[in-house]
Design a binder for this molecule. Structure first.
Ligand SMILES: C[S@@+](CC[C@H](N)C(=O)[O-])C[C@H]1O[C@@H](n2cnc3c(N)ncnc32)[C@H](O)[C@@H]1O
Length: 226
């Protein structure tokens, strides 16, 4: 587990354009109702009032994938983590429009939430189009690094999945290299089609759509926790 005395730095934007009135209202009223409690240990009962499978999405952007998964499996609890306020507003809109009572949000660093969950408690972890931090001197900032991966591995139940999507060739190569060094995950792909085609139960994200529109390749990685 990460030493709680170590202060982690969170890179990236926290806010973009000014919120419209309706958006600000969502942040004021709905966000407090579905926010992950600010401290203390977390589990399904504390978050959702009873035992159920739990999944975490790291950096959900505007929340399309999170909402798509939550709509498809209403008995699973989804914890979405995203520090970017304008993205959180997007997810709040989905939660309201689709009446999703199986979503909890944390506006901040996903690692802070993962640390507070019991070991071997998660059925899936998603990391979709993470910030690539392309410069070599920024490589330590990438979510795919052994520190965050140790945490993800600890929190996943054996046999359950870590899903990674990226449209960035540098990140793709980096992730394959780092994940290839892990003894606690196996890559499920058998053929190229397995990582070049989006699985049916993998709702499209905004970054993925943008990459496709611009003619870029997208890679879909599924790793099983041993
Ligand atoms: C390139 S965007 C991709 C957003 C979305 N997953 C998609 O595919 O459209 C990466 C997101 O990760 C978020 N992020 C970066 N570091 C994070 C962290 N430590 N915890 C949670 N989210 C993080 C950023 O705020 C950003 O919204």
């Amino acid at each position: 587990m990460t030493d709680p005395m170590t202060t982690r730095r969170l890179y990236g934007r926290r806010q973009g354009h000014k919120l419209r009135l309706g958006q600000a209202d969502l942040v004021e009223t709905l966000l407090p109702q579905i926010s992950v409690p600010a401290d203390g240990p977390l589990d399904a009962t504390r978050l959702f009032g009873g035992d159920r499978p739990l999944e975490v999405e790291i950096g959900f952007g505007a929340g399309e994938h999170l909402a798509g998964q939550a709509m498809a499996r209403r008995d699973t609890g989804f914890i979405g983590c995203e520090p970017f306020l304008n993205g959180v507003v997007g997810a709040l809109g989905h939660v309201r429009d689709e009446a999703l009572d199986n979503v909890r949000l944390h506006m901040g660093d996903a690692l802070d939430v993962l640390e507070r969950l019991p070991d071997a408690s998660l059925s899936r972890v998603y990391l979709l189009h993470p910030d690539p931090w392309r410069k070599a001197r920024h490589a330590k900032r990438r979510m795919i690094n052994h520190g965050p991966l140790d945490l993800i591995a600890a929190k996943l139940k054996p046999g359950m999945e870590f899903r990674l999507g990226t449209d960035d060739p540098t990140y793709c190569r980096w992730a394959m290299m780092v994940m290839g060094q892990r003894r606690d995950f196996v890559w499920t792909a058998r053929t190229a089609a397995d990582f070049l085609t989006r699985p049916e139960d993998w709702p499209e994200t905004r970054y993925e759509r943008k990459a496709r529109r611009q003619g870029r390749e997208v890679w879909y990685f599924r790793y099983v926790r041993i």
